[in-house]
Design a protein around this ligand. Structure first.
Ligand SMILES: C[S@@+](CC[C@H](N)C(=O)[O-])C[C@H]1O[C@@H](n2cnc3c(N)ncnc32)[C@H](O)[C@@H]1O
Length: 277
């Protein structure tokens, strides 16, 4: 009887020890909400907003997500666990970075998530095609020139803070928290010569403020404004109306000094190409 009681206590004690170990193996490293960081304190982004931010950015297993100022690693872990991405978190505070690594391990995501202890203004994140931020307005503005030089089509999502006069392409919210989404636009400002279509080559002059574009086209000394010009990453489209009142729609892709695409004129598709002048 006594022996069996002893056995029961031993089993119970064993379960309790295991239970507390399972409860939170990262407990000793746990950060405090609001603790100071180098440039900004730590407050985590709520998970429902992270889901919306990564959904807006259309994150998939083909993506490489960098979270700048990773905190406990929640964005990097979610990008890997729910969206299948490879992700990297950059965190300045070494203890916080250790905690994030522990959380990555706890989530079983060590194959897909890396936490770098470092400064977001020093580390190179140019291999990202998705960048996430929860920083401060002035830090977003400091990062903006770097973000705008990233490969066109790179997606940027920020919790709470905007990018000055670079308007977001989309916004999202969860309760009182807001998120902002941008696609890094290709640089298209300037003059382009389109060739390949009927009626001879056409000169197109584009003006650009971030993703907002407009311009004029000139053909045989006739200059007219473009209509509905749109740029999203490398994807560009606009319409132009020729003197015969026909509406033509161009859709194409920008690759540095070359644009390739198709002009649709009353259902007739003509492949065209443009070179930067
Ligand atoms: C507001 S928290 C956001 C954490 C996480 N990205 C999220 O959304 O849940 C900002 C984090 O950035 C870190 N941080 C502050 N300045 C940094 C810098 N210059 N380089 C890297 N991390 C930094 C802080 O320690 C903190 O963990």
């Amino acid at each position: 009887m006594i022996a069996s009681r002893r056995l029961m206590f031993a089993v119970l004690a064993g379960f309790m020890t295991l239970g507390s170990a399972w409860a939170d193996p990262c407990k000793d490293l746990a950060p405090t909400r609001g603790q100071s960081g180098k440039d900004v304190i730590w407050i985590p982004t709520p998970e429902p907003l992270i889901d919306k931010m990564l959904t807006a950015a259309k994150v998939t297993a083909q993506d490489r997500v960098f979270d700048l100022g990773a905190g406990d690693g929640i964005i990097a872990i979610t990008a890997a666990r729910k969206f299948g991405a490879q992700s990297v978190g950059i965190e300045f505070n070494p203890k916080m970075a250790d905690y994030a690594r522990c959380k990555v391990q706890e989530a079983g995501m060590t194959e897909r998530v890396r936490i770098i202890t470092g400064d977001i203004f020093v580390e190179n994140f140019s291999s990202a095609n998705v960048v996430t931020l929860y920083l401060l307005p002035d830090l977003n503005l400091r990062l903006r020139p770097t973000l705008l030089k990233m490969k066109p089509g790179t997606r940027v999502v920020s919790h709470a803070f905007t990018m000055g006069d670079w308007e977001p392409d989309e916004t999202m919210s969860h309760e009182y928290a807001r998120g902002y989404f941008w696609v890094v636009p290709a640089q298209v400002e300037g003059d382009w010569m389109f060739s390949g279509m009927e009626g001879g080559p056409m000169r197109v002059s584009l003006r650009q403020t971030y993703q907002n574009i407009g311009g004029m086209f000139t053909r045989a000394s006739n200059t007219q404004p473009l209509v509905g010009a749109r740029l999203r990453g490398e994807d560009i489209s606009f319409q132009f109306i020729t003197p015969d009142k026909n509406v033509h729609t161009f859709t194409g892709r920008v690759a540095s000094d070359r644009i390739t695409g198709t002009i649709n004129s009353a259902g007739l598709q003509t492949p065209v190409e443009a070179k930067r002048l």
